[in-house]
Design a protein around this ligand. Sequence first.
Ligand SMILES: [Zn+2]
Length: 243
Amino acid sequence: MSFISRRKLLAGVSAAVPAARTLAQSSGSKLKIVVTGGHPGDPEYGCGGTIARYTDLGHEVVLLYLNRGEKGCPEKDPSAGSAVRVAEASKACEILKARPVFAGQCDGNAIVDLAHYDEFRRLLEAEKPDVLFTHWPIDGHPDHRAISTLAYDAWLRLGKRFSFYYYEVSNGEDTLMFSPTDYVDISATEPRKRAACYAHASQTPDKFYALQSQVTRYRGLESGYAQAEGFIRHAQSPGHGLP
Ligand SMILES: [Zn+2]
């Protein structure tokens, strides 16, 4: 029976999974953050305060939406999308100093198959993220579950090279059974998160922001801040890439 030392074990792990840059290690260099969401608005509601903290630190953030919020696909051309929802997403990204990207799927009709796994991986690979965020997969909305699976598959197939976190959105209605491993203090950036969420004026922000605000206040109670966003870090995620 051979004995594997802790040192050897750690060496093996680091050889198999190249370490991602962490915020501490990357002082002076700009990180690329990709926050994926089922619809325009999801990254803003789940991670808006954290996104504002990243961009305040000079890091580059991309909000990668699975669709343009256009119902009625596939009869309509998904690349055309909803002019209203796209304009709202642009405004929200402007507030958070992020850049919108659309994966071109249809709202309410997400497809997860080999072709779409490949397409999504290529899209993500082109962005070269240092940190990736996606929906928690236990979620009431099929588009949220779809992008969670697409993002996870891309992370695996790209060799788990970058940090990987799950976020929560519209708890009770969408996200369920979410117990954060990490928290980000958003007390100072909450006003910008609110403005970005309210930029999605067609999506009843009074209702949804009130719910999300309850969640961030509760996560704040848990973590000792006025308001916080909670995340689940994948157990094999290299580095710690939260601001
Ligand atoms: Zn959504």
